[in-house]
Design a protein around this ligand. Structure first.
Ligand SMILES: NC(=O)c1ccc[n+]([C@@H]2O[C@H](COP(=O)([O-])OP(=O)(O)OC[C@H]3O[C@@H](n4cnc5c(N)ncnc54)[C@H](OP(=O)(O)O)[C@@H]3O)[C@@H](O)[C@H]2O)c1
Length: 268
């Protein structure tokens, strides 16, 4: 497959480093204003242009859109001023912009996929939400799945309307984990443990807890929690504080609401 990648920042690069290890990717040309980092610039299967006007669009079968939603219209205008891209397969990872936004520019017969990855894709441990317009063929679908499965797991949404919720849960998710770990480390530091020691201990605690949860995938999370929580013990006392009045659940509900409202604003 010959890819044209428009934009290649944090998420574009996270995906690309995995794709460069696959056999289906023959070549990728990256378009972005500032030069590529050295490790990508020297790669034999990567070409780089600061401006799409230097590209022959017929050389590519698939366009990957990896710019910020606010930059998409500008990037689209630049590509469409160079040539017709209605026969290409388009995969966009931009948050918020609906399939209709792309169909308005490309027409309803163009094959368009929205993909919502998260940053662990760089290790092949991401989860990517997918939705597509009606023009996508079964063959395209299989190919997109192969591309995405090289990044971790692929999850086809039932309808596009689920995309903003998926983004709030999983696209944003790694940030929740890191921010939460940071708070956990800072609390340990508050009581005198060096932050980096706390980070080491918490990282291993999380890794072990995740592995146990994977191992007991059919066991309810409440049961796994109860196995750590002796009646009248330390965990019970701590959890009563941490999750007072179900404040975790309520916090996530409020957070997802804010994120989805932001998506609405970005798409209008
Ligand atoms: N970060 C995440 O965790 C995440 C998760 C899921 C989805 N996404 C989506 O992925 C997209 C990119 O996010 P990001 O975090 O990778 O942002 P980013 O690091 O800011 O990368 C944006 C890229 O777009 C390039 N760019 C800007 N204007 C351009 C133009 N006119 N033509 C071509 N390229 C242009 C930038 O080039 P320069 O490098 O030269 O400035 C940069 O490479 C967003 O739409 C976001 O919603 C991100």
């Amino acid at each position: 497959m010959n890819l044209l990648m428009i934009g290649c920042g944090a998420m574009g690069q996270a995906m690309l480093v995995r794709w460069l290890d696959t056999s289906w990717l023959q070549h990728v040309t990256i378009i972005k204003p500032s030069p590529l980092p050295v490790h990508l610039a020297s790669h034999a299967r990567i070409a780089y242009h600061a401006n799409v006007a230097q590209c022959t669009l017929a050389h590519y079968d698939t366009l990957i859109w990896a710019v910020k939603p606010q930059m998409m219209a500008h990037a689209f205008d630049a590509v469409q001023s160079v040539g017709d891209v209605r026969a290409h397969l388009h995969i966009s990872i931009a948050a918020a912009l609906p399939l209709a936004w792309y169909e308005e520019r490309l027409g309803i017969n163009t094959r368009i996929v929205r993909a919502m990855p998260n940053t662990p894709v760089s290790l092949g441990l991401g989860v990517t939400g997918l939705t597509a317009n009606a023009a996508l063929t079964d063959k395209d679908r299989l190919m997109v799945e192969e591309m995405i499965q090289s990044l971790g797991s692929a999850y086809w949404l039932h309808t596009e309307s689920e995309m903003n919720l998926f983004t709030a849960i999983a696209g944003c998710g790694p940030a929740y984990v890191y921010a939460w770990m940071d708070a956990w480390c800072m609390a340990a530091a508050h009581y005198g443990m060096p932050y980096e020691d706390a980070r080491h201990i918490i990282r291993h605690t999380m890794r072990g807890a995740m592995a146990l949860s994977d191992h007991h995938i059919d066991v309810p999370l409440a049961t796994l929690t109860a196995r750590v929580t002796s009646k009248g013990g330390m965990t019970e006392a701590a959890l009563q504080q941490l999750n007072k009045n179900h404040q975790w659940r309520e916090g996530f509900i409020a957070a997802f609401n804010e994120a989805m409202e932001r998506a609405q604003a970005l798409s209008s």
